[in-house]
Write a new protein. Sequence first.
Length: 88
Amino acid sequence: MNEHLAAPGHEAGWGGADEVVAFFCECSRPTCHSALWITVAEFQDATSGADRWLVAPGHEVPSAGDEVVEARGAYRVVRMPEERAAGA
């Protein structure tokens, strides 16, 4: 879903890379609906690697192998083990 929100749209009103969008937390909690209000450019930069996921602070799970790659204000960029990322 987040990749869809970040993709350039052909709809009127799409503000481009500087537009602030409510992206979804990509943690492994099935009931998480946390919104992360960041720009499209921030999202694209944070998730530039295929193994990088955007999560709300406190939603990383170090005991399950999540590695915080970056802590950026209102969100964390984590690297999850491959088997967990496939289900995220």
